[in-house]
Design a protein around this ligand. Structure first.
Ligand code: ATP
Ligand code: MG
Length: 394
């Protein structure tokens, strides 16, 4: 038997009653986009999205694409069969036998309560037919080798043998957009992925300090962007020329405070850019305690330049967990390529882990950074990727 539908099970929908309609609309739109070019039809219903496959050949490709779409809990290839009892029993038995397994179980969800058999009756009907057809089979409800799921609906019965676990979370775009500070390291792409799964779109912002940092960093960022592009079909990265600010910091600020003040400058620029781009928050890959600038004391001093929400999705993650996730999504091998970051090239020997805000304010008053901040914003250049291709920014 050929599978004719994919049934897409919703992610966190059950917890968001009032947002249900928006969730379904947004996810249906994203599913349609993900399946673009494949011969299939997508319809979003109250309890599932149904993808009607034009041909069984596209099943594997469609599943692969949907595994990258946030907001999907599970994807089940299903067989739509007539709900008339004899036909339902025959089709169910056929599928169990075709699976080649001997210990099986049938589970039924009866969405149409007017059907003459209850859920248990439907399980018995299908299991009975399978047992009669093939004497080598046995029912095992505790340790089945295969489970046939039957969803009995008003129009038909939908049978499935397998399902794939999706990304979960919320449909992308449902929870707004943030400006994500993207370095070439391991953490920030993983932070991006965590936000994407939450339905939050991202726009990357990178601070580059040529000639101290090389063009290789930009190539690396493009590769990271291409991976993130598989989760978010259109994505941009804005690159801030940061050299002059960094040089001014190292000329005017005592060395142990350079990183703290550099981060405050980054935050000021990120806020202004985020507002311009209509982002609702700034996000970073910071993790508490990882380095001197990420102690809670440092974060407080750095954060105090902005009232904008700053999301730090990895703030309590272990590095090992972050590395595992980076490997899973495919950014790890790109991130570990050697590169110079503006945070590492000027790294002070003894960066402050407990910076004093009074000192910070005094050192910042030694030089008027404002014109350089404005100049940096004016000099931003952008990379834009849509569906795996680099294109001109909109
Ligand atoms: P990552 O944290 O991505 O692995 P990293 O460890 O080299 O890179 P950190 O020094 O830990 O970077 O910086 C913490 C966070 O600050 C990064 O996750 C990123 O969000 C931001 N950041 C650091 N450097 C840059 C940069 N050059 N451009 C944009 N954001 C940056
Ligand atoms: Mg880091």
């Amino acid at each position: 038997m050929n599978c004719d539908y994919l049934m897409v099970h919703y992610g966190e929908l059950s917890t968001k009653g009032e947002n249900k309609k928006a969730f379904i609309q947004c996810l249906t739109h994203n599913v349609r986009h993900a399946l673009k070019g494949l011969d299939c039809q997508v319809s979003g219903k109250r309890d599932h999205i149904y993808v009607h496959l034009g041909s069984p050949d596209i099943e594997a490709e469609a599943v692969q694409r949907l595994l990258l779409v946030s907001g999907i809990q599970r994807i089940s290839p299903v067989y739509k069969v007539n709900r008339e009892q004899a036909e339902l029993a025959k089709a169910g038995a056929e599928l169990i036998i075709e699976s080649g397994k001997s210990k099986f179980k049938v589970e039924t969800k009866r969405s149409d309560k007017t059907y003459p058999l209850d859920s248990y009756g439907i399980c018995r009907l299908i299991a009975g037919a399978a047992l009669k057809e093939n004497k080598g089979l046995s029912v095992d409800v505790h340790n089945p080798e295969v489970t046939l799921r039957c969803n009995l609906r008003e129009d038909a019965a939908y049978l499935s043998l397998t399902s794939y676990t999706g990304l979960g979370g919320y449909p992308l775009g449902m929870n707004g957009k943030v400006t994500l500070l993207l370095s070439g390291g391991i953490d920030s792409p993983v932070a991006a992925y965590s936000l994407l799964r939450r339905g939050i779109k991202i726009e990357g912002l990178h601070f580059a300090s040529p000639p101290y940092t090389s063009m290789a960093v930009i190539d690396k960022l493009k590769d990271i962007l291409a991976v993130l592009n598989t989760f978010q079909s259109d994505i941009r990265l804005d690159i801030v020329p940061f050299t002059k600010i960094q040089e001014a910091i190292y000329e005017h600020v005592p060395e142990p405070y350079c990183i703290t003040i550099m981060r405050r400058m980054m935050m000021r620029l990120a806020e202004r850019w985020a507002k311009k781009r209509k982002s609702l928050a700034i996000a970073t890959g910071e993790s508490i305690g990882q380095v001197a600038s990420q102690t809670l004391e440092s974060l407080q001093v750095i954060n105090s330049v902005t009232n904008f929400p700053v999301l730090r999705p990895l703030c309590v993650s272990d590095k090992v967990e972050v590395i595992d996730l980076a490997k899973k999504i495919g950014t790890y091998d790109i991130s570990i390529r050697p590169f110079e970051d503006c945070c590492t090239i000027f790294k002070p020997k003894k960066p402050k882990t407990h910076p004093n805000i009074e000192h910070v304010l005094r050192y910042e008053s030694f030089f008027d950074f404002e014109p350089l901040l404005e100049e940096a914003l004016d000099g931003i250049t952008s990379i834009y990727m849509a569906d795996g291709e680099e294109v001109t920014p909109k």
